[in-house]
Design a protein around this ligand. Structure first.
Ligand code: FES
Ligand code: FES
Length: 225
């Protein structure tokens, strides 16, 4: 059992009411004796020592603390640890196997989806929740799914590419990079509407006629054209 009270003063532990929680985390069953007010993020980091889950704000803004609870993304700084009792929690440490990165992690690596990396675990967990539900998301759907996660470094473009890359890899595409190559490209110039070229020619002929009339008037009056 993991007990947070290893970290408290012995005198304090007698006065504080505690409760036991049992949580399956990254496939492993864990138990802890905790204060009911303890946040899930703090149990994960300080109790279970899974420090891949970051806390950037503690006020539900940044998303760095995002984990999956029974498959759904939650901001663990806004969930009491007791609410996770009897549930399955997945953190970023649960993504890779002993020998292989998860495709989402590969995508972030290949598409340079991180700089300082502080937001990255939360971004990956939100991305995983999306791809588990929607294996072929559009760029807009990726942006919407990640809209609760803030990044101070990347400008988001490469993060979106990383998720589209991962989606393609998870669908079995031979070249996941091709799936993101066209992302953000300027739309192709629209084909002219039928008859538009003829109208343009007529307009330009009219304009040059007007210009020669003006020159003739200028010559007649001796003024500058
Ligand atoms: S630490 Fe949870 S949202 Fe920022
Ligand atoms: S990579 Fe630095 S905050 Fe996102």
């Amino acid at each position: 059992m993991t007990s947070l009270f290893e970290e408290l003063q012995p005198a304090a532990t007698d006065e504080i009411q505690t409760t036991r929680v049992d949580i399956k985390i990254n496939g492993e069953s864990k138990a802890a004796q905790i204060e009911p007010r303890l946040l899930l993020a703090h149990l994960i980091r300080n109790g279970f020592r899974l420090t891949g889950t970051h806390t950037g704000c503690d006020t539900t803004n940044c998303g760095a603390c995002t984990v999956l609870m029974d498959g759904a993304p939650v901001k663990s700084c806004t969930v009491f640890a007791v609410q996770a009792n009897g549930r399955e929690v997945m953190t970023v440490e649960g993504m890779a196997t002993a020998s292989e990165l998860h495709p989402i992690q590969e995508g972030f690596k290949d598409e340079h989806g991180l700089q300082c990396g502080f937001c990255t675990p939360g971004m990956m967990m939100s991305a995983k929740a999306l791809l588990d539900e929607n294996p072929n998301p559009t760029e807009d759907e990726v942006r919407w799914a990640l809209s609760g996660n803030l990044c101070r470094c990347t400008g988001y473009q490469n993060i979106v590419k990383a998720v589209l890359w991962a989606a393609a890899k998870m669908r079995g595409d031979a070249d996941p990079a091709a799936a993101v190559a066209s992302m953000g490209a300027a739309p192709e110039a629209a084909a002219p509407a039928p008859g538009a070229q003829e109208e343009a020619k007529e307009e330009s002929a009219e304009q040059s006629e007007e210009r020669s009339d003006e020159s003739a008037i200028a010559e007649d009056t001796g003024g500058d054209a």
